[in-house]
Design a protein around this ligand. Structure first.
Ligand code: ZN
Length: 241
């Protein structure tokens, strides 16, 4: 567990996917749910280290409905039935099982992306959603000033959680920092439904001029996030030119 803000902790599950714990004004908030029921065990252990327990969890926010972010949601819901679950309007339908997530057609993919598309087929178990997350939705009940921003592209309805006062964003898979030696990268193309929107969302994040960027995969960028995002934006514009 790594503390990234006075009230926010990053926990990496299975060595590759992050969930976040926010010790908020209204109890504990969990962001994303990892892949499996192992999320519950890990949360329990990390909460205990903070003098907290599963019964203190009040809310579960989701960035997007890919299997590696909501695969563990059903087990988490069973472990913390008191907690309300939130998703964006588009992702809600996938979380509740009303719709299936869309991936780019395999015919458009090559190499690693083509191979990866077969690994992304996992469907999470349906779970109820209690609240909707939309652009500028006020999350003061989580942390004063925290709000939702839409970051579409990786999925149609991906959102991030932005704390302006700390210049901090929990950004889901808007970018990836999975292998820090490769630096900050765009999300996997095989998992990203609208590539143009992916780029636009990265520009939106660039404009936030962040200190801290906390993503779904890889360690958080702390202190220097704006400069690192700018470097990626430059690389993208050279590639797309
Ligand atoms: Zn994803």
């Amino acid at each position: 567990m790594q503390q990234i803000h006075s009230h926010i902790y990053q926990i990496t599950l299975l060595g590759f996917v992050n969930v976040y714990l926010i010790t908020g004004a209204d109890g504990v908030v969990v962001v994303d749910a990892g892949v499996s029921k192992g999320t519950v065990t890990s949360l329990q252990k990390n909460l205990a280290a903070l003098g907290l327990k599963l019964a203190d969890v009040r809310h579960i926010l989701t960035t997007h409905a890919h299997f590696d972010h909501v695969g563990g949601l059903k087990s988490l819901h069973e472990a913390v039935p008191q907690a309300k679950i939130y998703a964006s309007p588009y992702e809600r339908k996938i979380v509740t099982g009303e719709a299936k997530i869309a991936y780019p057609p395999r015919s458009e993919l090559r190499g690693m992306s083509w191979l990866m598309s077969f690994m992304l087929a996992g469907q999470s178990k349906p779970v109820q959603v209690d609240g909707l997350l939309e652009e500028q939705t006020d999350l003061d009940f989580v942390l004063p000033g925290l709000k939702v921003i839409n970051l579409p592209g990786h999925t149609f309805g991906q959102v991030g959680f932005y704390l302006p006062e700390a210049h901090l964003l929990i950004g889901g898979d808007v970018m990836m920092h999975l292998l820090p030696r490769l630096g900050l990268t765009m999300p996997f193309r095989a998992a990203s439904i609208d590539w143009k929107a992916c780029i636009e969302s990265i520009h939106k994040v660039e404009a936030l001029n962040l200190h801290t960027l906390a993503l779904g995969h890889g360690p958080a960028l702390m202190g220097n996030a704006a400069a690192v995002v700018k470097t990626l934006v430059k690389k993208i514009s050279q590639r797309e030119a």
